[in-house]
Design a protein around this ligand. Structure first.
Ligand code: FE2
Length: 304
């Protein structure tokens, strides 16, 4: 059984019309479908129907996140594992949202609603599967290739991490720790694919969303993304800069509803036998922002 990747996030957007315009024209996601209170979007190089759902909501934040499994039978196996572990699950019927098959839904100890699914309509990436060019015509904005990862917050970080490591075979690439014996978890970065992280979990407000991130292929695209942010008066939180953790290059910024986004590029490849890298609290500035070597207050206090 196999979780393959972070498949989708559903994001609350109180600033509805401006948020739709921003994700389509500034980020450069492609609108695939629309309901009265949901807009379904994909990054151009994703083949599935959608990876980002904007939800018309009174508040910003994460409505749910979902990992895609390879087979429908994986849902049964993961469901049994979760139930045996003491986690309550429910089945989300196919068709609850557009183009999606059935999902298994549960809540992790940091408060986020997580779904596992395998079926979703496939729409392709705009390129043929035989003799394709490297990118399709008509891309706008930052046009990231895909949804990459997210950072969520809550109280019981170790409890949430254990769900991913013990039941889903995720691995910890890096950890930020505190305490005299470096045994108090501030944040852990987890991977299931071969990137430096698919999800990270940090001590913070319960059911908090710190950011979700889109992948850019090259460092120069981050500079172009920063230009696009400036042209469109997007509020930049931090960067362009580099992380000590993951070694990725990055910009953090806010959508019109107050959700923090990131564009992320680079970092190392991971394998199941990659060792866990530890950063101690006294190096937190360098760990997060390698060039500046310090955090801005907004970065550590604003969640949606
Ligand atoms: Fe990130």
């Amino acid at each position: 059984m196999a979780i393959m990747r972070l498949g989708r996030v559903e994001i609350g957007c109180p600033n509805w019309e401006k948020s739709i315009e921003y994700y389509k024209n500034v980020i450069g996601l492609i609108e695939v479908a629309r309901e009265e209170d949901r807009v379904y979007l994909k990054a151009w190089d994703e083949h599935d129907h959608h990876s980002v759902i904007l939800k018309k909501n009174d508040s910003a934040g994460l409505v749910h996140l979902a990992f895609k499994c390879e087979f429908a039978s994986d849902l049964d196996l993961y469901e049994e594992k979760l139930n045996n572990y003491g986690v309550t699950t429910e089945r989300v019927p196919a068709g609850t949202r557009l183009a999606e098959g059935e999902a298994v839904r549960f809540v992790i100890p940091t408060g986020q609603t997580v779904e596992l699914y395998s079926e979703i309509e496939v729409v392709g990436n705009g390129l043929p599967l035989v003799n394709p060019d490297p990118w399709p015509d008509g891309l706008v904005g930052m046009h990231p290739t895909r949804l990459d990862h997210l950072l969520v917050a809550g109280d019981d970080v170790d409890g949430a991490v254990k769900i991913f490591t013990d039941l889903f075979d995720f691995h910890v690439s890096e950890q930020l720790v505190a305490g005299e014996n470096n045994d108090v978890t501030i944040c852990k970065w987890l991977f299931k694919t071969n990137t430096a992280h698919d999800i990270a979990i940090i001590k913070g407000p319960q059911n908090g969303l710190h950011h979700f991130a889109f992948w850019l292929d090259e460092w120069v695209e981050l500079r172009n993304a920063a230009d696009i942010m400036a042209k469109n008066d997007v509020m930049i939180d931090a960067g362009p800069t580099r992380h000590g953790i993951t070694r990725g290059t990055t910009i953090y910024f806010f959508d019109p509803s107050g959700n923090r986004n990131e564009v992320f590029c680079g970092g190392y490849i991971t394998y199941p036998d990659s060792p866990t890298i530890t950063w101690t609290e006294d190096t937190i500035g360098k760990a997060i922002f390698y060039f500046e070597r310090e955090l801005n207050e907004r970065f550590t206090t604003v969640f949606s």
